[in-house]
Design a protein around this ligand. Structure first.
Ligand SMILES: Cc1ncc(C[n+]2csc(CCOP(=O)(O)OP(=O)(O)O)c2C)c(N)n1
Ligand SMILES: [Mg+2]
Length: 370
């Protein structure tokens, strides 16, 4: 049975001071998870700054949710499928999508949406919950084909009110598929608080209605998330069926760069969740276990900064996308209407180019149209 929120919060507070070093995770793996959380946070903050400077489009920050992003990505095996939402840039990059490609995606570039062939990451779903039936379908396909692959679908607390969520849960339970449904319960769906989202005590308990296990973890504790997802993946791979994991977390920033959270949340509430910040928390533990010091911290920040900066440089150096690209990949064979529209666009662009050439020639006093 799922634990009530209060109990999870108390447990997480105690972790700060008195948690024992886990015996089942290597020192190197613990340090790596910390480095990854730092990298994800830097990526996230730089994306917000880039949007403010008009250098990328709308961006949905995941600051505060790094333990979920990193815990999930580390528990998945390379062959497992990830079905992310717009909030999951961290897990997307850690499961194999190059950071530069992700930057291009947030820059609105079609090249950014192309996932490398050997990376099992699906497109970030913007329509709420649509990725869950997809994840369920991929898991079902793996089962039918007898392939050792698990599909993990991320979703938010708000998504649990969508029909697609219930469709996916029902199918997954009936067909006993190797799927993990990972809810980042960050307490809000844009401005709608959890209390207006569901009358259930927990989101995890919804799994019971569909005949499989639902568990709740502290989503600010990367070790807890990693363990829960690893257990669910292992169970699914061994034919044990799906699991719903509800991770209690919080987004510190806005819903997206076009939202103002001060309209619907108090500073006290946000500050209280800041005390659970997954990054200082693991850092404190690593220091207590003798695995981290100031020198390593500085090197880690510098390294993350360099990685993000070089992805930004590569994104901005990428040649502009030709506008006619817009018409590719809509259908395998383009329709006559699309071809006509593409040709009209090409003619219009050519005319514009011509008139720009003439205008600049005129400005230089070289004649041009009278
Ligand atoms: C089908 C659909 N309905 C509405 C929206 C508008 N919308 C965008 S984000 C969002 C809230 C989702 O909240 P949650 O599932 O908790 O995810 P979070 O943004 O907190 O990560 C809504 C309603 C949408 N994108 N798709
Ligand atoms: Mg939410």
């Amino acid at each position: 049975m799922a634990r009530p929120v209060e109990q999870v919060k108390r447990a997480s507070n105690q972790l700060h001071a008195a948690d024992n070093k886990p015996g089942d995770i290597s020192d190197a793996a613990l340090v790596e998870m910390y480095r990854q959380m730092v990298l994800v946070r830097q990526f996230d903050r730089r994306c917000v700054a880039l949007q403010r400077a008009g250098r990328i489009g709308t961006y949905p920050p995941c600051e505060g949710q790094e333990a979920c992003q990193v815990g999930v990505a580390n528990a998945l095996r390379r062959q497992d499928f990830l079905f992310p939402t717009y909030r999951d840039s961290g897990a997307v990059m850690l499961h194999g999508v190059p950071m530069e490609r992700l930057m291009l995606y947030w820059n609105g570039r079609p090249e950014g949406a192309v996932v490398p062939d050997d990376v099992n990451v699906f497109p970030m779903a913007v329509p709420i919950a649509t990725q869950l039936p997809h994840a369920m379908g991929a898991a079902w396909a793996a089962k039918l084909r007898g392939v050792d692959q698990v599909a993990l679908g991320f979703f938010g607390d708000g998504a649990s009110s969508e029909g697609d969520f219930h469709v996916a849960m029902n199918f997954a339970g009936v067909f006993h598929v190797p799927a993990v449904f990972f809810c980042q319960n960050n307490q809000y769906a844009i401005s709608v608080p959890l209390s207006r989202q569901t009358a259930s005590e927990t989101i995890a308990q919804k799994a019971e209605a569909y005949g499989f296990e639902g568990v709740r973890v502290d989503g600010c504790d990367v070790i807890a998330v990693y363990r829960a997802v690893q257990a669910a993946v292992e169970k699914a791979a061994q034919g044990g069926g799906p699991t719903l994991i509800e991770a209690l977390t919080y987004r510190y920033g806005a819903h997206t760069t076009s939202d103002d959270p001060t309209k619907y949340r108090t500073a006290q509430e946000t500050d209280a969740w800041r005390e659970q910040d997954p990054i200082p928390r693991l850092q404190g533990q690593l220091r207590a276990w003798g695995l981290w010091d100031d020198e390593q911290e500085n090197a880690c920040l510098t390294e993350a900064d360099a990685l993000v900066s070089s992805a930004i440089t590569a994104m901005e150096a990428a040649p502009p996308t030709p506008p006619e690209k817009l018409f590719e990949h809509i259908y395998k064979e383009p329709t006559a209407k699309l071809i006509r529209q593409r040709d009209e666009l090409l003619v219009m662009l050519e005319r514009r180019k011509q008139s720009e050439v003439e205008q600049s020639a005129a400005a230089r006093g070289e004649g041009g149209k009278q």
